[in-house]
Structures are given as structure tokens and as C-alpha cells.
Write a protein that binds this ligand. Structure first.
Ligand code: FAD
Length: 298
């Protein structure tokens, strides 16, 4: 099928994009890499009256180093940059490790970090990985007083951003502008893995984990998140808590993996039953947490 007619605005800068979104006379959607939105248009799952193309907005495509060693990823950072940029690999190795699991190279060349987060797909890799990293999102809009046109900004923990399947805290006139990702801390190790029917397919299940070990190899902090482990991207809090305060021994990791499988809410579909997905979650969590612990410097 072909998409229904829509008005097209190629925004030259952020103010122009926010102005188009602020004009609510037409239902408007941002167009980033188009790798989810264009298929949705073609299948008429989305029928916006206007698209605001963000591809010329240079200020949304920057990757900046922050004073605390973390990175600010502009919303239009392409997914392929996560796998090829040495700065990202050095500061946030979990992003570089997980990126090649997203679809295929052609899709990662167009698809953006902001588009993947805004799309809020529980089967996508980046929401899970960024949750595990403790990322924060920057959101902008125009003031709603109709006159000043001032830019309003807010930031949210990513954990407060995802509200449901394909549903986030973004209002229709808001744009996700950037994502702050903390740098890996001293004593921290992380890992990602997933199982898909074929390389490039959406994962049946994926797991991202991050551990910070303190003196004596005791786990001081842990975060685990699942790809396709429930209807909303979210942290597996009980499983992570099972690791904190003890050494990540094989028994402790197996215990946390069992908790993760029990508390997950995977849905059955034609590719796998719920029981099979819980099995995958247990096995993958054990594998990924072990790898994260091995990578955490003593
Ligand atoms: P778009 O498609 O342009 O937009 C997606 C949605 O987000 C739209 O509603 C749009 O309005 C909104 N949006 C975009 N940017 C912003 C912003 N800055 N602020 C507010 N709203 C915004 N993804 C995976 O994670 N894993 C996979 O295995 C995978 N496999 C795929 C296989 C195929 C064949 C295809 C076509 C896609 C696949 N994808 C997969 C999706 C891909 O990663 C998309 O790139 C991603 O979901 C959306 O990013 P985008 O930049 O293309 O956004």
C-alpha cells in the first residue's frame, strides 16, 4: 500500500521543527530515520496529516562529551554510529556491543537513536540498553501561550518515559532532542546478548546487564533490562536487587536469572511460547550477567 497524502515540512533547524509541531491545526509527526514510521504509513497504521522531517536539523545529530565523562547523543544520531564511533565504544561500551543486533546495516544507517526511543517498542534493543545505562531524555516544545514562541525544555529519567507499548510521555507537540548516557563508572562491567530466529530479525528475547563491583568483588549496583520481556521497556528491579550486596558467584547469578525469568511478562506468539521465552530469559540473563561481572575491573 501507499501512504495517504500528507503535508511535508523539511525543518531547517530545531525552532522550525518545534513550530510545525506546535501548530495543532494538523496532526503532525516527526520523521527521523523513517524505518518504523514509513512502514506504518504504508500500512496505514499511522495517518498523520503532516510530517516534520528532522534530517536537516544539524543540532539534533551531534554527539557531545559531557563534563562528567558521559555522552549526550542527539536524537538524530544514527544507530550505525553507535557501533562505529570509537568515543562511544570507549565511554559506553554497552551501546557499541548492542547496536549490531538492531536490524540490518542499511536500517541502522538511517534509523536513529531518538526514533527508536520515541517509538517505545518493547522489542527494540535501544530502549532496554539505555534503561540499563540509566539514561535521561531531553524533550523540547514551544510554549503553549500561542504568542512568545519560547522554547520549553524538560528532562526525564528514561524509566519514567516509557508508559506502555509504543506509548511514551511525549506530548504531540514535543520533540525528543537528546539522550544523556552516563559513562561507565570505575568497577563497572556490562554485556548484551539476544536470541533471534535469524540475524537481523527482531529478538525473541534480549538481555542487557550492568554491574558495578566494589572492594572484595561485592556487587554495589546492578541493572538488568529485557528486550521483548514484557509489553513496556522496563528495568527488572527484583532480579538486579538479588545481585546487590554479594559477590556475583555462579549461584548468585543463577538465582538472579531465575528471578528475572519469573518476574518477566513475555508474550507468546507464532515464534515462541511464553514458557520458551522465559527459558531464554533465564539462560540469557545468566550468560549476560556473568559476562558483565567478568568485565568489571577488580
Ligand atoms: P522513525 O521511523 O522516523 O520514527 C519512529 C516514531 O518515532 C514515529 O512515530 C516518529 O514520529 C517518532 N519520532 C522519531 N524521532 C522523534 C523525535 N526526535 N522526537 C519525537 N518523536 C520522534 N528496531 C530494533 O530495535 N530492532 C530490530 O531488530 C529492528 N528490525 C527492523 C527490521 C526492519 C525490516 C525495519 C524496517 C525496521 C527495524 N527496526 C528494528 C526499527 C528501526 O530500528 C527503526 O530505526 C527505529 O525503530 C525507529 O527509528 P527511526 O529513526 O527510523 O524513526
Amino acid at each position: 500500500m501507499k501512504p495517504p497524502p500528507f503535508e511535508y515540512v523539511a525543518a531547517a533547524d530545531l525552532d522550525e521543527a518545534l513550530a510545525a509541531l506546535a501548530d495543532t491545526s494538523l496532526e503532525t509527526r516527526p520523521l527521523a530515520g523513517g524505518q518504523s514510521l514509513v512502514p506504518m504509513l504504508n500500512f496505514r497504521l499511522a495517518v498523520p496529516e503532516r510530517l516534520v522531517d528532522l534530517n536537516r536539523v544539524e543540532e539534533l545529530a551531534r554527539v557531545e562529551e559531557k563534563g562528567d565523562g558521559g555522552l549526550r547523543l542527539g536524537a538524530m544520531t544514527r544507530q550505525r554510529q553507535l557501533e562505529h564511533d570509537p568515543l562511544i565504544a570507549r565511554r559506553v561500551p554497552l551501546l557499541a556491543e548492542a547496536a549490531p543486533f538492531i536490524a540490518h546495516p542499511q536500517i541502522r544507517s538511517r534509523g536513529t537513536v531518538g526514533g527508536s526511543v520515541a517509538h517505545a517498542d518493547p522489542a527494540a534493543e535501544l530502549p532496554a540498553v539505555l534503561l540499563t545505562l540509566g539514561a535521561r531524555v531531553h524533550i523540547a516544545r514551544r510554549s503553549r501561550d500561542g504568542e512568545s514562541g519560547a522554547r520549553m525544555e524538560r528532562t526525564l529519567d528514561l524509566g519514567d518515559f516509557f508508559l506502555g507499548p509504543f506509548f511514551s510521555a511525549l506530548e504531540p507537540d514535543e520533540l525528543l532532542t537528546a539522550i544523556d548516557v552516563p559513562a561507565a563508572a570505575v568497577g563497572e562491567g556490562s554485556a548484551f546478548d539476544e536470541v533471534a530466529r535469524r540475524r537481523g530479525d527482531y529478538a525473541l528475547v534480549g538481555v542487557a546487564a550492568r554491574l558495578r563491583l566494589g572492594s572484595g568483588g561485592i556487587c554495589r549496583e546492578a541493572a538488568i533490562s529485557l528486550v521483548n520481556g514484557g509489553s513496556t521497556p522496563s528495568l527488572m528491579v527484583e532480579a538486579a536487587e538479588a545481585l546487590v550486596g554479594a559477590e556475583p558467584t555462579p549461584d548468585a547469578i543463577a538465582g538472579a536469572a531465575a528471578v528475572c525469568a519469573e518476574t518477566a511478562e513475555p508474550a507468546a506468539d507464532m515464534h515462541g511460547s511464553e514458557a520458551y521465552r522465559r527459558h531464554l530469559i533465564r539462560v540469557l540473563t545468566g550468560r549476560v550477567v556473568s559476562r558483565a561481572a567478568e568485565r568489571a575491573p577488580a
